[in-house]
Design a protein around this ligand. Sequence first.
Ligand SMILES: Cc1cc2nc3c(=O)[nH]c(=O)nc-3n(C[C@H](O)[C@H](O)[C@H](O)COP(=O)(O)OP(=O)(O)OC[C@H]3O[C@@H](n4cnc5c(N)ncnc54)[C@H](O)[C@@H]3O)c2cc1C
Length: 458
Amino acid sequence: MKVGIIGGGIAGLSAAFWLSRVEGVSVTLFEKDERLGGCIGTATENGFTIEAGPNGFLDSKPHTVQLFQDAGLGDRLLRSNDAARKRFIMRYGRIIRVPEKAGAFFKTDLVTLKGKIRLMGELFVPQKKDEKDETVQEFAIRRLGQEAADFMIAPMVSGVFAGDAAKLSLKSAFPVICELESKYGGLFKGMLKKPKKKSGPAGPGGALTSYIGGLMQGINDLEEKCSGVEIIKGCAVNEVHKGENGFRLVTSQGEYYFDSVVSAAPAYEAAKFLKTLDKELADIMDSIPYSPAFVAGLGFNEEDVENDLDGFGYLIPKLENKKILGALFTSSIFPSRRPKDKKLVRVIMGGDTDQGRSLMSKSDEELVDIAFNEIKDTLGIKAKPVHHKHFRWDKAIPQYYPGHSEKVKSVEEICGRIGGIYVGGNVLCGIALNDCTRRSLEITESITRSLEKQGQAS
Ligand SMILES: Cc1cc2nc3c(=O)[nH]c(=O)nc-3n(C[C@H](O)[C@H](O)[C@H](O)COP(=O)(O)OP(=O)(O)OC[C@H]3O[C@@H](n4cnc5c(N)ncnc54)[C@H](O)[C@@H]3O)c2cc1C
C-alpha cells in the first residue's frame, strides 16, 4: 500500500515513522518548506538554545516518549529540572506561586478568602444536565466562581492554547476536565474518585520533557531514522483528487499516486488542497480559527536579574492588563540551554485575547522591546538583554470554539465516506505534541487494519 503524507511537522513525521515500520506500506512525505518540524524549531546562538515553538511535552502521556523510544532515541530525551514544577500566576502585579497542596491553597494570595470559599463550594455544585457546548469560562464560573475563573483557569488556557477562555469550548479543548464533571459529578469528586496515575517527579501531570540540543534536534534525528520514507522537501501539495485507482496528488513538483493519504498540515492549508477532494471537508477546515503568537527569547547576565527564576515561569490573567501572556524561565527548566553565567527567559505574547490583533500588528523590534519592558520590573532586571531571538507565528495554534465537536464528527463522516483519507495533526483533537503523536498512532493503526482486511479479502 502506498501512503502519501502531507506536512512534515511532528504529526506527519511521526505518522511517517510508524507507518514505514508496517509491512507492505511504502510512505512518501511531502513538506512545503525546506526543513521538517513545522511549529518545532530551535535556535542555538551564543550558547543559548531557544525554542521557537513548543517547549516540550509531558512524559505522563506515552505517545511522544514512545515515538523517540521506538526510534531508538529514548536516551536523547531531556527531562526538565525539578524546579519546573513550581508555577506562578501574576496577581496585583506580583507573581504568586500556584498552590499544589491544600495547605498552600489556604495560604495563597492568588485568590481572596471569598474566592477560596466559592471555589471549595465546587463540591456542592450540581452536575450539568444539558448538552450545551460551554466555553471554558462559562464552565469555570459555574463550577468554581468568577475569581478562580479569572485568576486560575483563564491564564492556564492562555498558557496552553494561547487562547481565550471566553471563546474556547471546554469539551473540545479540555476533554479531560469536562469528563471529571460528566463522569464523576464534579472536579473535586473526579479528582478523588478517578483512578490515580503513578506520579512522576514533577507531580501527577508528569515531567516536562524535551530533547538534548532542543526539539529541532529531535526532529532531525527522527528524520534520519526514517530511512525507509521518501521525504520530499520544498514540495507543496496543491490538490488532492480521488479516482477509481486511488488518490492523485498535484504538487509543486509534479503528480503522485497513492492508495491512502494523511493530511498533517494546518487546517487553513488543508482547506486549500482538500477543495478538489470534497468541498464540505475543505470548508470545515477553513472554518477552524487560529490564534497568533510572538515568542521572544531574552538572555541576561546572571547578576543583572534579581529574581532567582526558580520555577517554570508565570502566566498573566487578562485582568492584570499586561501586554504579554507570560514568561518561561527556560534557564531553570533546562539549565543546559544557556551559558553558565547567564539567564534565559522566553516571553510569550499575542494569543486569542489580543483583541483586534492590535499587539501583533506591531513590528518585531517593538514587540521585543515590549517583552523586555513587561518583565523588567516583575523580575527585577537591571540591564538590557545580552542576547535575544524572536519568532512570529501569525497562525500559531488552532482554536476549538463551541461547535468544534460537530466539525470533528463531520470530518470523520466525510473521511469515512471517501475512504483512505485521514486528518491528523493538531487540527481536530488536541494541540499538544502528545495529541499529535497519539493521532498519528491512531492513523497508523487504522491503515494497518485496512491493510489486514485487504489481505484477508484477497
Ligand atoms: C509558540 C508555540 C508554542 C507551543 N508550545 C507547546 C508546548 O510547549 N507543548 C506542546 O505540547 N505543544 C505546544 N505547541 C503546540 C504544538 O507545537 C503544535 O500543536 C504541533 O507542533 C503541531 O504539529 P503538526 O505536525 O500538527 O503541525 P505543524 O507543526 O504546523 O506542521 C505542519 C507542516 O505542514 C506543512 N505544510 C503546510 N501546507 C502544506 C502543503 N500544502 N504541502 C506540504 N506541506 C505543507 C507545514 O510547512 C508544516 O511543516 C506550541 C505551538 C506554538 C506555535
